[in-house]
Design a protein around this ligand. Structure first.
Ligand code: FAD
Ligand code: NAD
Length: 477
């Protein structure tokens, strides 16, 4: 007899979702967490970052108000109160992820570090626990790149950034991905100087360059200094008590704080996966498309630590929920379940937001779609965007010649709110006519999506043949 039906390592977004399913089905569940319940999303990720961005947006709105005829004094940033808002958001959401809630659901919560000692045994809290099934949901940690001099300067990561007692004077951010860009805008709006150093040719390298350009301009206009295609030669302490980043071109950027936002690494260390025969690479635990370990069939992986073969890791909280649903089907009910990221959304919550669902144009071409229909609708042609004084932005759709949506990219205020609509279109393989024919409330930004879809039909609707037909039909009695 095993001690547990399901043992779960990690009480972050992924582990908690699996635990909730399994415990509510009446299974004997162990949920093992060594640090804070809720993991990265609640404590060091999505929640504090979005709370900080929300505070920063208020400051920016005050600066922008004069454009609308409202004169306000320049905003004063009360950093302690901003931090209290961030901490308050975490505290308010914490009960959902708490030990008390999961105990009430029937899970046994073990507050200890866990590692495997055998293919069916985990050790945690000085005891061995046997299991029928295990789910490894230990997440990912911030990557620490091998920058010369890094050991000599203090640096921040997402795990320490939200605890700063005072605002950074000049925040140097290494990495212009989602974390780097969101935090760059939050801090510049909160009155800090910000420089982003991105090694790749451009920021937000995975995203559609046509839309990234709009975001680049918006960030620069607010004062974020962007050093793109910039290789870091070294970092070093600065005479002024701060630090300096020296680039390969010889330029030297002096700052007060350094934030590493250079990607993530799976938290494999300490799990002793070989003891359980669990195969892993530097990307994570290798699984099949049902998230089951390819080498220990008692074990599944979920969330940031999972490296599903053929798809690779994806670091998003909504992916954790998707993984948990797959595991519930495959592991708990032994039903066929296959992970599919075709309709996966991702949003960078800057202002304007950058949202992507499914494939970008470049990804679609890489995937072998040679003939594509690219459809665009600029927000300058959207009544709501113009009325709100936010006409910069674009909806760009990538479709097959037959009118099936492969991907949607949106740059604009609250662009992420459109992701659900595109996800449904792609996931359910709905034709573009479904979106083009949708009656949407006027005036909304989503109308730009409908208009972009409508562009697919314009050449056919306004063709000489269609015009001739309309003329002929008009003459009929
Ligand atoms: C700054 C930032 C902002 C983000 N914003 C967003 C966003 O807006 N939207 C979005 O979708 N995603 C966002 N993400 C990504 C999101 O936070 C992650 O994808 C998600 O939190 C991953 O959840 P997880 O359960 O896989 O891992 P985690 O949340 O890391 O949870 C894993 C848990 O396992 C525990 N653990 C690890 N090893 C052991 C062990 N040996 N024994 C016991 N316990 C262990 C850890 O302590 C941790 O609590 C953001 C990330 C960052 C860094
Ligand atoms: N809104 C969201 O959903 C959201 C927000 C934040 C983070 N996340 C998730 O968290 C994860 C981590 O985000 P991230 O921004 O740290 O990673 P990322 O991989 O998105 O971006 C890292 C960036 O750092 C650059 N880089 C790496 N090493 C460098 C170096 N030595 N010098 C200069 N640049 C360097 C890379 O070229 C890349 O552009 C991502 O998987 C993302 O999915 C999601």
């Amino acid at each position: 007899m095993a001690d547990y039906d399901v043992a779960i390592i990690g009480a972050g977004a992924a582990g908690l979702s699996v635990a909730a399913f399994a415990a509510q089905l009446g299974l004997k569940v162990a949920l093992i967490e060594r640090a804070r319940m809720g993991g990265d999303c609640l404590n060091h990720g999505c929640v504090p970052s979005k709370a900080l961005l929300a505070a920063a947006r208020r400051a920016q709105q005050a600066r922008d108000a004069a454009r609308f005829g409202i004169r306000l004094p320049p905003p004063e940033i009360d950093w302690a109160a901003v931090r209290a808002h961030v901490r308050g958001a975490i505290a308010r959401l914490a009960p959902n992820d708490s030990e008390a809630r999961f105990r009430a659901l029937g899970a046994e919560v073990i507050r200890a570090s866990a590692h495997f000692v055998a293919p069916d045994t985990i050790e945690a809290g000085g005891r061995r626990h046997t299991f029928r099934r295990a789910v490894v949901a230990a997440g990912s940690a911030p990557a620490v790149p091998g920058i010369p001099g890094l050991a000599e300067v203090p640096y921040l990561t997402n795990e320490t950034l939200f605890d700063l007692e005072d605002p950074p004077g000049h925040l140097i951010i290494v990495g212009g991905g989602a974390v780097g860009l969101e935090m760059a805008q939050a801090h510049v709006r909160l009155g800090c100087l910000v420089t982003v150093i991105e090694a790749a040719p451009g920021i937000a390298g995975r995203e559609d360059p046509e839309l990234v350009e709009g975001l680049r301009q918006a960030l620069k206009a607010e004062g974020v200094a962007l050093r793109e295609g910039a290789a870091l030669r070294r970092v070093e302490p600065d005479e002024a008590g701060g630090l300096a980043a020296v680039l390969e071109d010889g330029s030297r950027i002096a700052g007060t704080h350094l934030l590493l936002a250079a990607g993530r690494v799976p938290r494999l260390a300490g799990l002793d996966l070989p003891a359980a025969g669990i195969e892993a690479t530097r990307h994570g635990i290798v699984t099949d498309l049902s998230l089951r370990s390819v080498s220990n069939r008692r074990v599944w992986a979920a969330g940031d630590i999972a490296d599903p073969r053929g798809l690779g890791p994806r670091g998003f909280t909504h992916v954790c929920a998707q993984h948990a649903a797959i595991i519930a089907r495959a592991m708990l009910f032994r039903l066929p379940a296959k992970l599919d990221y075709a309709a996966l959304p991702r949003v960078t919550y800057t202002d304007p937001e950058l949202a992507q669902v499914g494939l970008t144009e470049a990804e679609a071409r890489e995937a072998g779609h040679t003939a594509l229909r690219i459809l665009r609708w600029p927000l300058s042609e959207n009544d709501r965007a113009v009325a709100e004084g936010r006409p910069e932005g674009l909806v760009k759709l990538v479709a097959t010649p037959k009118g099936r949506l492969l991907g949607a990219s949106v740059l604009g205020p609250r662009a992420g709110d459109m992701a659900g609509m595109f996800g449904l279109m792609i996931g359910r393989k709905l034709p573009l006519s479904a979106l083009a024919g949708l009656v949407l409330p006027y005036p909304t930004l989503a109308e730009a999506a409908k208009r972009a879809a409508g562009e697919f039909f314009v050449p056919r609707l306004l063709s000489p043949a269609a015009k001739r037909l309309a003329g002929l039909l008009m003459r009929l009695p």
